[in-house]
Design a protein around this ligand. Structure first.
Ligand code: PLP
Length: 386
């Protein structure tokens, strides 16, 4: 008998929410182009603007601040540009980013490599505020980019404190909130963030749609894609109407259920980590700091993550390694490297990320498989000195 598969890789992407599927199914029959003035066009525009209002509500902003993009990567690329400025002030000249950012931020947008500076993190993966303060002191106008929650460890950055430091130095703060959206508050007023990136597919919306939210007191946003004047001239191209509708529908239900879902998921994560803690040698990263309720990054010394991920897959469980695979070569995670985790341990890091349809029995089956794999691939080698 084939066992049902268990999906524990929600930070990579989340399954489509039924509400988003239903809204998108209906959206295929929307005929008009939102820029057209006739009734069909106006109907499409209304649906796009309804979704924009949901995104604005979820981020504590106004609809005029929301720019739809093709996802989190494009939102980050659009945000990271020299030329951003406070009205009446000099444009930013350099980019300071945390060492644990997503590759789409580490790429630095349109900044020259020589104008990019990395801010270090501590052993829990949290930005070192004193070092950030020192980096910004007496420097040119600076754009700072720090994620709200890390995609590998789930560690949450102290964004309001970071915003205080950035603003005191006259800088602008961009926050990549792709992993945080609907899991914890992404209200830009609470965060004091100036620019925020989000993506639909992490909240149960479709892949390939996201948004950049830009507050009114940030000027100089230069479009990456030029053409028609869509998105108030900030991102040209006919809007991805079904994608935007699906994003709105998914985010609406995700926001409505945040409290209930996050509490249940955190309890499941507690069950998972209690089980992992029983396994000798298992290390859970960023455990001493605030984390997303759904994320665990764990390693067993001696275990190779890429082998373990295949082992889990064969056992019917989807998880991911904390290592990035580029050009066929598996590199240890830059996040764990920045946290000072030894390469040998980092190579064994497995990310388990839960979501709204994860059950207790999923967690228990994962733990059972972990015990088998860790015994075969991990600390058994240590016990035998291999
Ligand atoms: N930022 C973070 C923190 C992410 O985890 C991801 C996706 O994994 C992205 C940005 C990119 O988002 P998208 O897949 O929508 O391009």
């Amino acid at each position: 008998m084939t066992q049902t598969r268990i999906y524990l890789d929600w930070n990579a992407t989340a399954p489509l929410r039924p509400e988003a599927r239903a809204a998108m199914t209906a959206a295929w029959d929307v005929v008009g182009n939102p820029s057209s003035v006739h009734a069909e066009g106006r109907a499409a525009r209304r649906l796009v603007e309804d979704a924009r209002a949901i995104v604005a509500r979820a981020t504590g902003t106004s609809a005029r601040n929301v720019v739809f993009t093709s996802g989190g990567t494009e939102a980050n690329a659009l945000a990271l540009a020299p030329g951003l400025r406070r009205p009446g002030s000099e444009p930013v000249q350099r980019l300071v980013l945390s060492a644990v950012e997503h590759p789409s931020v580490l790429a630095g947008g349109s900044f020259d490599d020589t104008d990019i500076v990395k801010a270090p993190v501590d052993a829990e993966g949290v930005v070192n505020l004193e070092r950030l303060h020192d980096l910004l002191r007496d420097g040119p106008p600076t754009l700072v980019s720090v994620m709200l929650a890390n995609n590998e460890t789930g560690a949450i950055q102290p964004i309001p404190a970071i915003a205080g430091i950035v603003h005191e130095a006259g800088g602008i703060l961009h926050v990549d909130a792709v992993q945080a959206l609907s899991r914890i508050s992404c209200d830009m007023n609470e965060l004091s963030a100036d620019i925020l990136s989000i993506s639909a597919h992490k909240v149960g919306g479709p892949k390939g749609i996201g948004a950049l939210i830009v507050r009114d007191d940030v000027a100089g946003l230069d479009p990456l894609i030029r053409g028609g004047g869509q998105e108030k001239g900030r991102r040209a191209g006919t809007e991805n109407v079904p994608g935007i509708i699906g994003f709105g529908a998914a985010l609406d239900v995700a926001m409505e259920r945040t409290g209930v879902e996050s509490g249940r998921i955190e309890a499941l994560r507690g069950r998972l980590e209690a089980g992992l803690a029983n396994e000798p040698g298992t290390v859970i990263f960023s455990r001493e700091t605030a984390r997303l309720p759904n994320t665990t990054l764990a390693a067993v010394p001696g275990m190779k993550a890429e082998t373990a991920v295949i082992g889990f897959d064969l056992a019917g469980i989807a998880v991911s390694s904390g290592s990035a695979c580029s050009s066929g070569k598996v590199q240890p995670s830059h996040v764990l490297a920045a946290m000072g985790v030894p390469v040998e341990l980092a190579r064994g890091a497995i990310r388990i990320s839960l979501g709204w349809n994860t059950s207790e029995s999923d967690v228990d089956r994962f733990l059972q498989t972990w015990r088998t794999l860790a015994g075969t691939l991990g600390n058994k080698m240590i016990r035998t000195g291999a």
